[in-house]
Design a protein around this ligand. Structure first.
Ligand code: ZN
Length: 306
């Protein structure tokens, strides 16, 4: 029995282990396993600084990084009838919705905003994969219609960031009806001669790829994003064949003519500024002259609001 090894050393060890940095300050990259400091990761728009793997990003964080000075005005989305089918699986649909609202702090799976990006006025909509897998229900349908209407009214291009597991099964056929509804909304933009740019992010699947996510004038995707109607596992089981490497990933789709560009998230803003200015007939942006995104920049008023 030794007083030092049995009593003092464990006490000292416990004091030191308690001083370790709390785990929640770090995120492990799913791809390369590197431990990334939260601040460093969010400064790099949730892209791994070691291997370039693109992790999920919330619409709010995306908009802060997209709009000049991180300033944008939210576009109000009409609320649909809650739980029209009184759907229940293991949980009631309204309970699932409430849980998602609590976990994300958002009303629903899509955020619509207006503002300026590199002094270019735009309307943007972004789908939130962390909200019930970004599933397309009536609210998302309403959000896309609200975004298209705002773009037509303000004569601005619409930029849409998609991320979805597909249709929202708790709304049954009503969620499937959002496919034609959103297609009509996109048509409104085409009739008004306004550009519609889609940025496909990981993952964009199901009914979303069968409607608004594939109807852009320019189709951009983030690196490594899974973009498909039916997932690789389903296809593999159906055809009983091994699928080629990288099947249904952004780079594969670019090689096969389904996309125009694959652009890393950190370069996306500059590219979107160039494309929207070109399509809107505005003079090209001069590098170094444009306002920076994010909260560090000087706040700027969105001139067209109010
Ligand atoms: Zn990584």
């Amino acid at each position: 029995m030794n007083w030092i090894t049995n009593y003092v050393r464990p006490r000292i060890n416990s004091i030191f282990s308690r001083r370790e940095i709390p785990e929640n300050l770090w995120t492990k990259c799913d791809e390369c396993g590197t431990m990334l400091f939260h601040r460093e990761l969010s400064d790099n728009l949730n892209v791994c600084t070691n291997c370039g793997h693109h992790m999920g990003i919330t619409p709010r964080a995306r908009f802060t990084a997209l709009f000049d000075g991180g300033i944008f005005s939210e576009v109000e989305v009409p609320a649909p009838t809650p739980d029209p089918l009184h759907f229940r699986d293991q949980k009631k649909y309204p309970d699932r919705l409430r849980a998602a609202q609590k976990a994300t702090g958002e009303k629903e799976a899509m955020l619509v905003a207006t503002g300026e990006m590199g002094r270019t006025p735009i309307v943007a909509a972004a789908q939130d994969f962390s909200f019930m897998a970004g599933s397309m229900g009536m609210y998302v349908g309403n959000a896309i219609i609200a975004a298209a209407e705002a773009a037509v009214k303000l004569k601005r291009p619409l930029i849409l960031f998609s991320a979805a597991g597909g249709a929202r099964m708790q709304e049954g056929i009503l969620s499937l009806m959002q496919m034609p509804r959103t297609t009509v909304a996109v048509q409104m933009l085409k009739e008004a001669n306004l550009p519609y740019i889609v940025v496909l992010t990981h993952p964009t699947t199901g009914g979303v790829t069968a409607s608004y996510a594939m109807l852009g004038d320019v189709q951009i995707a983030e690196p490594g994003a899974l973009i498909c109607f039916a997932g690789p596992r389903v296809i593999e089981q159906t055809i009983r064949e091994k699928l080629p490497e990288g099947f249904q990933r952004a780079e594969y789709l670019l090689d096969h003519g389904m996309l125009d560009r694959v652009t890393p998230r950190t370069q996306l803003r500059d590219e979107l500024i160039t494309i929207t200015r070109m399509l809107m007939g505005l003079p090209p942006a001069i590098k170094g002259d444009l306002p920076a995104p994010g909260p560090e920049a000087q706040p700027q008023q969105d001139a067209t609001q109010k």
